[in-house]
Design a protein. Structure first.
Lengths: 123, 133
């Protein structure tokens, strides 16, 4: 029982540190995303040609994927924290974590596929 | 003073977020954090779904861009930015406190976050609604 308690507290501080780390990364990456996608664009939103031109730059491509990974990770850690606060048993908690991990991988894969598709359409 | 800060997270079911009776101001920050979090997660998935129009083709995306410049969408943009500011500024505050930085000033930082949220929300709203199409 004591051991289980310790394990759970370690797990919760581990997820807290990740949440803080991804959060701080997001302050920078979301800031950049807002500036390059909206603030510097006439009309506030890129049209198709402007999107193709933007995402075809390899550095900006990687920047947007890094942003996607951080925002997805941060969002799903947050969803996990809210669900775990419901007071589930450890087996269910593990299932929640596994499910949200799969969701995260699928979301990031989708983002990479979408970005690559747009680059290919413009080529 | 330092005893005002909870050393570790307390488990609360969502219904308890709305029980504000006898709660300190830090609890309001906690509720604001959770509600903005849910809004931002919903927005994230909606945003990713809408971006699929880029794979459909130029017409599909440019039609969405035209729709996104309608006043109702611009209002939703302002609400989104308020959500980001509430969550981001309080998130910075929570990270600092969590790493033991500025713990005695946690309440001052909360009010600073509130003021910055209001100021940047107004500036963002002005920028969004004054943008020429």
């Amino acid at each position: 029982m004591v051991e289980k308690q310790l394990t759970r507290e370690r797990a919760s501080s581990w997820s807290w540190i990740l949440q803080a780390f991804t959060g701080i990364m997001l302050v920078v990456l979301l800031g950049l995303h807002m500036v390059v996608q909206h603030f510097v664009v006439t009309g506030g939103l890129r049209n198709y040609q402007q999107v193709v031109q933007y995402i075809s730059n390899p550095f900006l491509f990687l920047l947007e994927i890094a942003f996607l990974i951080m925002v997805t990770w941060h969002a799903l850690l947050g969803v996990r924290a809210i669900i775990l606060d419901l007071g589930l048993n450890p087996a269910t908690e593990r299932k929640v974590t596994a499910f949200l991990s799969i969701v995260g991988v699928v979301v990031v894969a989708y983002g990479i596929w979408l970005s690559a598709t747009i680059v290919a359409q413009g080529a | 003073m330092a005893s005002d800060v909870q050393p570790k997270p307390v488990k609360r079911k969502p219904i308890e977020w709305f029980n504000l009776k006898g709660k300190r101001v830090g609890f309001w920050a906690y509720v604001g954090m959770r509600l903005s979090a849910i809004g931002l997660v919903l927005y994230l998935f909606l945003h990713l779904a809408v971006l699929s129009q880029l794979a459909v083709g130029p017409t599909a995306w440019d039609n969405f861009v035209a729709l996104a410049k309608s006043p109702i969408f611009l209002l939703l943009d302002v609400i989104l930015i308020i959500g980001i500011l509430v969550h981001g500024l309080n998130g910075i505050r929570l990270s600092l406190i969590g790493f033991g930085i500025g713990v005695p000033s946690h309440k001052l930082m909360l009010w600073l976050a509130v003021i910055l949220t209001i100021v940047f929300s107004i500036l963002s709203a002005l920028a969004i609604f004054s943008e020429t199409h």
